[in-house]
Design a protein around this ligand. Structure first.
Ligand SMILES: Cc1ncc(COP(=O)(O)O)c(C=O)c1O
Length: 398
């Protein structure tokens, strides 16, 4: 069903405020999305009515906190088609990937996309370096993962394939089910970086048959400092935790420590209880709108944006030709990406410019950076028009 963004805009306090007399056109959602009243209210309710530590004390308030925290885990698990015990709360996608990279025993090659975000790429690069494992890049062809090359690179010596689900640079979607099949046929695990996909398309870990998935709360209307990692239970059981400390043990004796069960084993110390509850509320909020409809709306805006940008001379779009991307990255002949973003900012249009934490990919394309516009379900067609007018102003300035 087509989304009417006006039905949701009033949920977002930031979208009501004017910046220097102009209503901000917020097209930086791939970096961070805004937080609706429903999530803000849920977090406030926790602090006002349920605040206590979770999983420790036995008093009434502690019980409320524990129930709310564990219900949040169940909601987040449901959101990505996982079982409750297969979800570990984290601070963000970056931590999610580090937990798996540090904890998973690998004996073989690691394959990582060239297009991957540094947060996906660096934990695997460090693991390869520290453990003497070979790391191979999966190349990009015309803004997409090159599947022919991927099929050649992933072989029986591969132990793990890490894949960006939706690229934060090209906005393309990589064929996860196919990659999962190739990885598993070769006896390798597959980790999916869902930072950009979980907020905007339906994601089901069981349907995709993946081993791990990481995502962030702040990119899906949830609070900053929240995220999760999904892992198949039997794999999580075999992994060592990244952090050790309170709340993750079964017994600690002078000469022996036994870790607790999954997922507790991975959540040392007091977790971000309010944040996890806020993240679950954000998942419910997105669910109530419908992920397939969110995707459809975003792609409608992105199509409009691409058509408009193509009309402006000197603009080059960096996206696959045969797909409407989830983010729109472009460069302009006349100006450096940072200068483009600066002028857009004076027009109250918020975008991101730079290498978007994907420097190797930009280097390969010989690009100093790109400008990235990333609308979400609360953005409107009128805002796309304003954005296009602002880009035309950039041309006049330079
Ligand atoms: C594809 C992708 N992976 C990972 C990350 C890292 O997310 P976070 O900073 O929330 O850990 C991002 C953030 O932009 C991203 O776009």
């Amino acid at each position: 069903m087509a989304i009417n963004p006006e039905n949701y805009r009033e949920d977002f306090p930031v979208l009501q405020e004017e910046s220097d007399g102009k209503q901000i056109v917020y097209f930086d959602n791939a970096a961070t999305t805004h937080t609706p009243e429903q999530v803000l209210e849920r977090i406030e309710k926790f602090y006002r009515e349920e605040n206590s530590n979770e999983g420790r004390s036995l008093h009434k308030l502690a019980n409320k906190a524990t129930v709310a925290y564990e219900n949040a885990r169940a909601t987040v698990a449901d959101f990505v088609g996982a079982e409750k015990d297969e979800i570990i709360f984290t601070r963000n996608t970056t931590e999610s990937i580090n937990i798996v990279a540090e904890g998973l025993d690998l004996d073989g090659k690691i394959a990582v996309p060239k297009m991957s975000h540094h947060s996906e790429q660096l934990p695997w690069r460090r693991k390869a370096e520290e453990e003497g494992l070979e790391l191979e890049f999966l190349p990009t062809h015309e803004g997409k993962l090159d599947m022919e090359d991927a099929r050649e690179i992933i072989d029986e010596d591969t132990a793990l394939v890490s894949v960006t689900h939706i690229s934060n640079v090209f906005g393309c979607r990589n064929p996860i089910e196919e990659l999962a099949e190739i990885a598993h046929e070769n006896g390798a695990y597959i980790f999916v970086d869902g930072a950009q996909s979980v907020p905007r398309i339906p994601v089901d870990v069981k349907k995709m048959d993946i081993d791990f998935l990481g995502f962030s709360g702040h990119k899906m209307c949830g609070p900053t400092g929240t995220g999760a990692v999904y892992g198949k239970k039997e794999l999580l059981e075999d992994m060592d935790p990244l952090l050790v400390g309170g709340g993750m043990i079964e017994t600690v004796e002078e000469d022996e420590v036994k870790y607790g069960e999954v997922p507790d084993k991975f959540e040392a110390g007091t977790p971000n209880i309010a944040g996890a509850i806020g993240l679950a509320k954000a998942a419910e909020y997105l669910e109530s709108i419908g992920l397939a409809d969110i995707d459809q709306h975003e792609r409608k805006l992105n199509k409009m944006m691409i058509e408009g940008l193509k009309e402006i001379s000197g603009v080059e779009i960096h996206a696959p030709e045969d797909e409407i991307p989830s983010v729109v990255s472009f460069t302009m002949e006349e100006a450096h990406p940072h200068d483009v973003a600066e002028v857009l900012n004076t027009e109250a249009v918020a975008v991101r410019a730079g290498h978007h934490c994907a420097q190797p990919q930009h280097q390969e394309l010989d690009l100093a950076g790109t400008v990235r516009a990333s609308p979400y379900f609360y953005n409107t067609e009128e805002e796309v028009e304003e954005f296009l007018q602002a880009v035309k102003k950039v041309k006049k300035v330079f």
